[in-house]
Design a protein around this ligand. Structure first.
Ligand code: GDP
Length: 355
């Protein structure tokens, strides 16, 4: 991948994220430079040019496709005169809009607070250094300290609440495994078609829309297999490139559904120009989670949209591949059969379900 086209693709994804968050995108600007500017991220001259563009377009928000420090945000805002946010804030904003369960909401808040506190300490250091220690111990510094303490207390509270939820979830998981109901996790890049496939497989009405992160919280449905037998199908959060690692941690519980699953279905959008890279992103996160030894089914989705495509390379060579269209149902019966075959037989025997 050359630097330029990677930048363009990353910006295109940022545009989709911005639309998901509810923004109207007026313009995308790409600057190629060997090093980030420590003060303004882009060069000062470029930033002045951007300020003029924003003015001409009456833009009221400028989003950067990277993480910015607190002082960079301040510096940039003072030049462009409009609100500036970075990629992480944008993603957190989407998570905040989409979180539905208590756990999801707590986790988003936790990630937001951690993000804020890291920015606060950055400011503190900056102030002390700038003033050489003189005049930096006033109310400003005291306020920062109070803010920090408040945030730390809230973080402590959220962590304890999340631990409780987690232990309840673990007992739920063991209850599930006591009943030997097989659990299948749908994983895949965001917008690959996981929710649509879940609807198709389960005849259930899961929230599906052409937006990133339509599915934030784990959603569970019964997947009928045959003769009243079924499995539990769990939808997981969609992956994106450059998802900062601390955000992955924040949503670990969603991804943990994949850790406890008996089978993974990796849904792939073969109509995407970036199919190869998207599969790599998902595979590498699954590898991080240590779940690649589980049976994996590859569902090459959206075949109705393409006349031909290049099959992406996959890490798990044992994974069976199915070509499907979650929208018009092509290949779904074959996929269902593949799922049945991939599940350990003794687990499919169970008929009783107590939610
Ligand atoms: P998720 O983010 O992985 O859950 O993706 P969704 O299920 O929300 O689907 C994202 C978009 O892709 C929606 O607009 C779907 O209608 C569309 N989509 C999903 N599957 C197919 C398919 O097989 N063919 C076509 N043409 N579009 C699909």
């Amino acid at each position: 991948i050359n630097g330029m086209s990677y930048g363009e693709r990353s910006l295109a994804e940022l545009e989709e994220l911005a639309i998901t968050a509810g923004a109207i995108v007026l313009k995308k600007i790409l600057q190629t430079r060997p090093k980030k500017d420590p003060a303004f991220y882009v060069g000062k001259g470029k930033l002045e040019e951007i300020a003029l563009i924003c003015q001409a377009l009456h833009a009221d928000l400028l989003i950067f496709d990277d993480e910015l420090s607190a002082s960079q945000i301040n510096n940039i805002e003072s030049v462009v005169g409009i609100k500036v946010i970075d990629r992480t804030s944008l993603i957190l904003d989407i998570f905040a809009q989409r979180a539905r369960s208590k756990e999801g909401k707590y986790q988003v808040e936790l990630a937001q607070l951690k993000y804020r506190i890291s920015r606060l300490s950055g400011l503190g250091r900056q102030l002390s250094r700038l003033g050489g220690g003189i005049g930096t111990r006033g109310p400003g510094e005291k306020k920062l300290e109070t803010d920090r303490r408040h945030i730390r207390n809230r973080i402590k509270y959220l962590n304890s609440q999340l631990e409780q939820i987690e232990s309840r979830r673990n007992s739920l998981r063991s209850a599930r495994s006591d009943r030997d109901v097989p659990v299948i996790a749908l994983v895949g890049y965001t917008n690959a078609g996981k929710s649509t496939l879940m609807n198709k497989l389960c005849d259930a009405d899961v929230f599906a829309e052409n937006k990133l992160f339509a599915t934030l919280d784990p959603t569970t449905r019964r997947l009928p297999l045959e003769d009243g037998k079924y499995a539990l199908l769990i939808d997981t959060v969609g992956f994106i490139r450059k998802l900062p690692h601390h955000l992955i941690e924040a949503f670990k519980s969603t991804l943990e559904e994949a850790v406890y699953a008996d089978l993974l279905i990796h849904v792939v959008d073969v109509s995407s120009e970036e199919v190869e890279e998207q599969v790599k992103v998902v595979d590498s996160i699954l590898e991080d989670l240590g779940v690649l030894d589980k049976p994996v089914i590859m569902a090459f989705n959206k075949i109705d949209k393409v006349s031909s495509y290049t099959r992406p390379g996959i890490i798990n060579k044992n994974g069976k591949c199915f070509e499907i269209s979650a929208v018009n149902g092509d290949g779904i019966e074959e996929l269902k059969k593949g799922i049945k075959d991939a599940l350990p037989q003794n687990e499919v025997e169970v008929k009783l379900f107590v939610p």
